[in-house]
Design a binder for this molecule. Structure first.
Ligand SMILES: C[S@@+](CC[C@H](N)C(=O)[O-])C[C@H]1O[C@@H](n2cnc3c(N)ncnc32)[C@H](O)[C@@H]1O
Ligand code: SF4
Ligand code: SF4
Length: 347
């Protein structure tokens, strides 16, 4: 009798899990269909912090005033957004122009989103991944974490990631992997990424080895992006002369043309098809992650539902013409990170 009781319980919980999985997979497929029809976005980036603890040489976000009123998104606004988008979206990211671990509410924000069934990813510089942050992340249900590491030695890494400590980062990742294992968790899966430049190209093999030693799930190389949407000659010149690597075997957004100028490798229609909008710390809805200065605000979710913005005439016009046909200054140098020629997976 006792045995039967347990068996029954076991069956009930199995049935519950299967039912849950079935529902999730059905909702995922319905979302995919709506995404294909342009009714819903593929995924949404939510900027939880627009300031940073570092000042990386290649990063545009920290070199200029981004014009945001709030440096951090409030937990209330984040929850409102999640309530709004959970029925229409499967995945979100919580990083954009700053460092998400600077937001004091980041763990409860992620937890709120994962509880609502969203798959959440976070891109971080990893310097603030101390014991408290590691515990907060492991408790939050975060699904994916990518850590930026633009070098495999102290000298190279710290000369690009100004204000960071190589030893701190390595130790933080090592401990995170260990603590995740102690808790027998398989998530968040951890990626290490490196933007390949003249400054670190000689460390690609060492970077791969270090990533394997640290026990992360994946390591990959990313291509440099040179934003030309603003008059900022020093920044562009420095990236072109001192950082850009002209190589066919490494990921790159650009090629050098016959006149010696950098040119986009692929200039077809908007590669993201405007399917990955961004919501800033102020609640502004932006068309894609290349609009870091918020020049094309298509709505604001503090006083509007996300779908009202997405379905507004302004957004529909934007999708249909300007952006899709690459008519904006920011489109001139854009190929988004998920585009196949600009990442190289090492393992
Ligand atoms: C702006 S950061 C925000 C998240 C976090 N602070 C970090 O560093 O991971 C997002 C990513 O952009 C990358 N990045 C910054 N400047 C870049 C550039 N000029 N070209 C390509 N990637 C860049 C960083 O290496 C990082 O992986
Ligand atoms: S840590 Fe990230 S946001 Fe901060 S300066 Fe570096 S790349 Fe930019
Ligand atoms: S910058 Fe232009 S081409 Fe690139 S994703 Fe945004 S809208 Fe599309």
């Amino acid at each position: 009798m006792k045995y039967n009781f347990h068996k029954n319980k076991l069956f009930q919980s199995f049935a519950k899990v299967s039912k849950g999985n079935f529902r999730r997979s059905l909702s995922f497929r319905i979302h995919q269909l709506f995404q294909k029809l342009n009714k819903y976005p593929n995924d949404i980036v939510i900027e939880t912090a627009s300031v940073c603890n570092l000042n990386c040489t290649i990063c545009r976000s920290v070199k200029a005033d981004l014009g945001r009123k709030n440096r951090f998104m409030s937990a209330d606004l984040f929850k409102k957004i999640i309530d709004d988008i959970a029925p229409i979206c499967n995945t979100i990211g919580v990083s954009y122009c700053g460092e998400p671990l600077l937001n004091k509410d980041i763990f409860k924000m992620i937890h709120y989103a994962t509880k609502r069934g969203l798959s959440v990813s976070m891109l971080t510089n990893g310097i603030l991944l101390n014991a408290e942050a590691r515990e907060g992340i492991l408790d939050s249900g975060l699904n994916f974490m990518a850590v930026s590491m633009d070098g495999a030695t102290k000298h190279t890494y710290e000369s690009i990631r100004i204000g960071a400590s190589f030893e701190t980062l390595v130790e933080n990742i090592r401990l995170f992997v260990k603590e995740r294992k102690n808790r027998r968790l398989s998530y968040p899966s951890i990626d290490l990424q490196m933007v390949v430049t003249q400054k670190n190209i000689h460390e690609v093999d060492a970077f791969e080895k270090l990533a394997r030693d640290l026990g992360v799930e994946r390591a990959y190389l990313k291509s440099l992006h040179i934003d030309r949407s603003r008059e900022d000659v020093d920044y562009v010149e420095s990236l072109e002369k001192d950082y850009f690597v002209n190589s066919t075997s490494l990921p790159s957004r650009y090629i050098t043309n016959e006149q010696g100028n950098l040119e986009l490798k692929d200039k077809r229609l908007c590669p993201q098809k405007l399917q990955t909008p961004v919501i800033t710390t102020d609640g502004d809805v932006l068309p894609c992650c290349f609009d870091i200065f918020g020049e094309h605000v298509l709505g604001n979710v503090t006083n509007q539902r996300f779908l009202d913005s997405w379905n507004s005439d302004k957004y529909i016009d934007f999708r249909g013409d300007l952006a899709m046909h690459r008519k904006l200054p920011m489109c001139a140098s854009c190929l988004p990170s998920n585009y196949k020629i600009i990442n190289k997976i090492l393992f």
